[in-house]
Design a protein. Structure first.
Length: 634
RNA sequence: GCGCCCGUAGCUCAGCCCGGAUAGAGCGGCGGUUUCCUAAACCGCAGGUCGCAGGUUCGAGUCCUGCCGGGCGCGCCA
């Protein structure tokens, strides 16, 4: 489903620094070597070498080019290399294997590329005004009178990370928390709470979300009669007693459902008594939601929250509009939008036979509001992968209806950033032992408690209040990172032990790498009077890239801008995670092999301090783009 | 029945969009490193029919087809 239309602005190719130069030079050489015979779409196919013995970059164009030119790949490579002019940036090119062209950067070229990147924006300046997009990110998606659970964790953490990444890329981001506050189930709980409040059995002022969840379940139970049981009793003749029991139950449920329907009608008519109760329930739910999000360090606010109820009045006219313009048609009493021209066999149902609307209707109104109201160039939905068909339908139907059309006339990019399930260590959906959903707040509590134990053990000298703050940042970082670090479309296994082991590709490992950077820079200032600010700006010391660990670190640092753009474009935060882990690993190796503060050579010391500072800035930037808290100490 | 997603080391995962050299990490196992900037670290060793079978290609974990296994979904719930 993914991208269903291209945006008007394309993000620049995923290249930066020396790659651009090498690519250009190679292309020049190819033109020079083959002249008019060179296919117009010829590409140097530059890639980072996997193995250091093959140099830093490799050009893979000669193999296919040789084929196209009718010469051997090695001959093609030789012709390219002999026309290649790269002496200013790289060592002489070497041809290897079937026709790989291996390139190794000159240390000073690497240093100068790194120096160019080490500016205020770390190689990611804001886009020019014409290329600045408005991105609407749908996230969180809580439901009225219900606790947040692991499912909301992903919608919140991934959605927030995508929002942060796009913000970091310089675009205008609007978050939308699509709040499930409308419909029959909502009316059910509202009716029950109102009735109990009037009977003096519920105090609206002291209502908690736990209470509400109980009422929600009770209301649902009341309405959820065993209709099938009744049929079974009738069919198998289980006796008058069973028959009467089931009949009474079903009758009660029908009554409860009827009351809920009346409550829904009252809510739709803005009857003050019902509305007051409903608003109170809504308040309690959202307060808990915002508190969870605050603890998660995810930006979800009241301003960014739009309940389904805010679309309620738009639905009838929307369907009428679809019918009037023949986008939709009546089928078996229901209103549907056919989507065969989009390759979707299942039509999108927008009005039931009984006149009621469906969530597809609301979501179409949502797309219209995002694109035509909020001005979205892209609308991104961080929602469970099980909704894939639903979003394909809604996106297609919205395009067919013209609701995704922007002021410029082209359609906005609509993307379902689908995510998989959270599994327990047994490989089954993550639940408590009794089979209940795990509450998000419990998950957060446990992660922080476990992190606090670890912090107390590893760094007992940390003052208690800082320990608490570090434990929060680390515990929550661990939860968020494990969620963000694997391909979002896949299920992943939730394990406190693994995410808090602080080894390998984890949030704490990244935070720790930054702490080590900060520690060096702090000591440089306190013990040697070298202020961090002296390492940047016009009078900054030069970069000397000599040791292999320095080189690996420098090459890793250079990949930051392209990686962040790629992660945004694909809406895949795990790319940024993998990159930051690579950078942190490179730094750790550098840290172990290259002394900084004790280096006698002042120029080497300053150069290494600059490498530390740059690494720290990228780590901080990256952690913030993921929604993890950077730390000074841990 | 149809559709979508997934299948890579004992375990947890990258790599697949856009095909390139001996398929990478982490955990776990084994062995090393601390008079030195946070060892929550670093270095090394062992460990893989990339689900199976065809096909395309000079070259396939990556692209195409079929199959097997697992998950999810498929108008009148959201």
């Amino acid at each position: 489903m993914q991208t269903t239309s291209a945006g008007p602005y394309t993000v620049p190719p995923m290249q930066s620094g020396p790659e651009i130069i090498l690519s250009e030079r190679l292309l020049e050489a190819m033109r020079h070597a083959f002249g008019a015979a060179l296919p117009p779409d010829a590409d140097p196919l530059l890639a980072v070498s996997k193995n250091p013995e093959f140099g830093d970059f490799q050009c893979n164009a000669a193999m296919s080019l040789g084929k196209a030119m009718g010469i051997s790949p090695r001959a093609a490579a030789e012709r390219i290399v002999s026309a290649l002019n790269i002496d200013d940036v790289a060592l002489p090119a070497r041809i290897a294997g079937p026709g790989f062209i291996n390139l190794t950067l000159r240390p000073e070229a690497l240093a100068s590329a790194l120096d160019a990147m080490d500016d205020g924006a770390l190689g990611l300046p804001p886009p020019p005004p014409g290329a600045r997009e408005t991105i609407v990110v749908d996230l969180c998606g809580v439901n009225l009178a219900k606790q947040m659970h692991v499912g909301h964790l992903r919608a919140t953490v991934i959605g927030d990370a995508l929002a942060r990444i796009w913000e970091r890329l310089g675009h205008r981001v609007i978050r939308q928390n699509h709040f499930g506050d409308w419909g029959l189930p909502i009316a059910m709980v509202t009716e029950r709470v109102k009735r109990l409040a009037e009977a003096g059995r519920v105090d609206l002022d002291s209502l908690t979300l736990e209470d509400l969840e109980g009422h929600y379940r009770a209301a649902q139970r009341d309405c959820d009669a065993d209709e099938r049981g009744l049929r079974a009793v009738e069919r198998f003749g289980l006796g008058p007693k069973a028959d009467a029991e089931v009949r009474t139950q079903v009758e009660g449920a029908r009554e409860a459902t009827a009351r809920a329907r009346q409550a829904l009608v009252a809510l739709q008519a803005h009857e003050p008594g019902h509305v007051r109760v409903w608003e109170r329930i809504s308040e309690v739910t959202l307060a808990a939601c915002f508190e969870n999000c605050r603890r998660l360090h995810a930006t979800v606010t009241r301003e960014a929250t739009a309940g389904e109820s805010t679309y309620a009045h738009e639905l009838a006219p929307l369907v009428e509009d679809l019918l009037a313009r023949r986008v939709a048609e009546v089928d078996d009493g229901a209103v549907i939008v056919r989507l065969d021209e989009f390759g979707i066999k299942e039509p999108c149902l927008v009005r039931k036979r009984d006149g009621g609307f469906l969530y597809a209707t609301t979501d179409m109104a949502g797309i219209r509001r995002r694109v035509q109201g909020l001005g979205a160039d892209r609308a991104i939905y961080a929602v469970d992968a099980r909704q894939s068909l639903h979003f394909r339908q809604v996106f297609a139907a919205s395009k067919k209806a013209g609701y995704a059309r922007r002021a410029g006339g082209s359609d906005a990019t609509l993307l379902h950033a689908a995510f998989g399930m959270v599994l327990g260590e047994d490989g089954r959906p993550f639940k408590t032992r009794s089979g209940e959903n795990v509450r998000l707040s419990d998950l957060i509590d446990e992660a922080i408690a476990r992190a606090e134990l670890a912090v107390a053990q590893k760094n007992p000298d940390l003052p208690a209040d800082e320990r608490r703050a570090v434990a929060e940042a680390v515990g929550i970082g661990a939860i968020k990172y494990i969620d963000l670090s694997s391909d979002r479309s896949k299920d992943y296994v939730f394990s406190f032990d693994r995410m808090l082991a602080f080894e390998g590709n984890t949030g704490p490992y990244l935070q720790y790498a930054l702490v080590r950077v900060r520690s060096i820079l702090r000591k440089a200032h306190l013990e040697q009077g070298i202020h961090e600010d002296s390492l940047g700006g016009p009078g900054r010391p030069g970069l000397l890239i000599a040791a292999p660990e320095e080189k690996t670190l420098a090459l890793a640092a250079l990949k930051f801008p392209a990686t962040l753009r790629g992660a945004g474009e694909a809406c895949e935060p795990h790319r940024l995670c993998a990159y930051l882990y690579e950078l942190a690993s490179a730094f750790s190796a550098f840290f172990a092999a290259c002394p900084v503060l004790s280096t006698p050579d002042e120029r080497v010391k300053r150069s290494r301090l600059r490498l530390c500072r740059l690494t720290g800035r990228i780590l901080r930037d990256g952690l913030e783009a993921l929604g993890l808290v950077p730390l000074e100490r841990m």
